[in-house]
Design a binder for this molecule. Structure first.
Ligand SMILES: [Cu+2]
Length: 160
């Protein structure tokens, strides 16, 4: 009995095609390089010039993940901010780049780091979804959607 080729030829051909397909997909960010959890954007009054977004950015990969830009077709610009208390006053500071270590994650949450979405293209209703895209230093892109929600306190707050 021959045991050299355990898989029939057709199965091997299929696996080869599958491997080529996966290789072709690898420039896109996938589950091994970046993952977004629980994205949401805080609902704001219709005249608000900016909104705040929250999520968890996970890096399940083996290399540091560097977020260099964020964009949305629904906003003029999107920045990463963090809120810091300086002399008892909450201030927002822009973070031009954010690096998540291998196996680590970055939390965007009310009162801390957040996405600052400037210049909404239109008013939004609760439950609507905003399209967002992260661009990483290696050129990979990650598109996702975040629903508009009221904050945990139920209100329209300005304590990003
Ligand atoms: Cu901000």
């Amino acid at each position: 009995m021959k045991h050299r080729n355990l898989l029939p030829y057709r199965a091997r051909a299929f696996l080869l095609v599958l491997a080529l397909f996966l290789a072709a997909c690898s420039p896109e960010t996938d589950d091994r390089t970046a993952r977004i959890k629980d994205p949401w954007i805080r609902l704001a009054p219709p005249n608000a010039g900016m909104l705040a977004g929250y999520l968890v950015l996970e890096n399940p990969g083996a290399r540091p993940l560097e977020l260099v830009a964020v964009s949305s077709p629904d906003f003029a610009s999107v920045e990463v901010h963090r809120t810091e208390i300086v002399d008892g006053v909450a201030r927002m500071i822009a973070e031009p780049a954010l690096t998540v270590p291998p196996g680590g994650h970055a939390v965007f949450e009310p009162g801390g780091r957040h996405l600052m979405l400037h210049g909404p293209a239109r008013p939004f209703d609760e439950g609507e979804r905003v399209a967002l895209e992260f661009l990483f230093a290696d050129g990979a892109q990650l598109a996702f959607e975040a629903p508009l929600r009221r904050g945990p306190d139920g209100g329209h707050h300005h304590d990003h």
